[in-house]
Design a protein. Sequence first.
Length: 229
Amino acid sequence: MEFGTSGVLSEDGIHVDMDRLKKGEVNLGTSIMAVTFKDGVILGADSRTTTGAYIANRVTDKLTQVHDTIWCCRSGSAADTQAVADIVQYQLGLYHMVNGRPPTTQIAAAVFQEIAYANKDRLTAGLIIAGWDARHGGQVYNIPLGGSLHKQPYSIGGSGSTYIYGYCDANWKEGMEEAEAVAFVKEALKEAIKWDGSSGGVIRMVVLTEKGADRHLYLPDSDYKVRHQ
């Protein structure tokens, strides 16, 4: 099962079966993003998982916790990204135990990047790592396919991101208040779901601050919020 790809790769991990591509069976679908704001970071994602032209799951959770206030957004192969997140979660727990202090978001991103780059020919994984730590505050890092690492004030990914670059550039502001940042993420993902046929379901968010993690869930066609328990 994948968040977006069911095409057949050749042995070199590069060339896609073009006959299946023409039939629409290869579908790079998902919408993920993370933004910094005044007091921390917010991660957001749609919840649609596709297998080729079929919707395998309407309510997938693409936001994964890897430490207390460090989470990641996952796009690409569900199996690949889940495996990488599990390995990083173990490594960060080991770091905390050995060093007696929690890892920073920068350390978490470096561990993700090391795995992604070392296995770039075998993984289909686009990742956004975001978190809050006492040393650096809120930070966002993007790891696209290929395993490079980019620190950004905000980051978007997945097929739905191609539809919202203009919206995000026009509406992004440095140092937003929490409510303003939540509204920004929600509206951006609503637009991505509206225009991208491979994105859909509900909008999931995680707000990370010094106080910890606060989970949100929204229906894309309303402002109704369900707080996770």
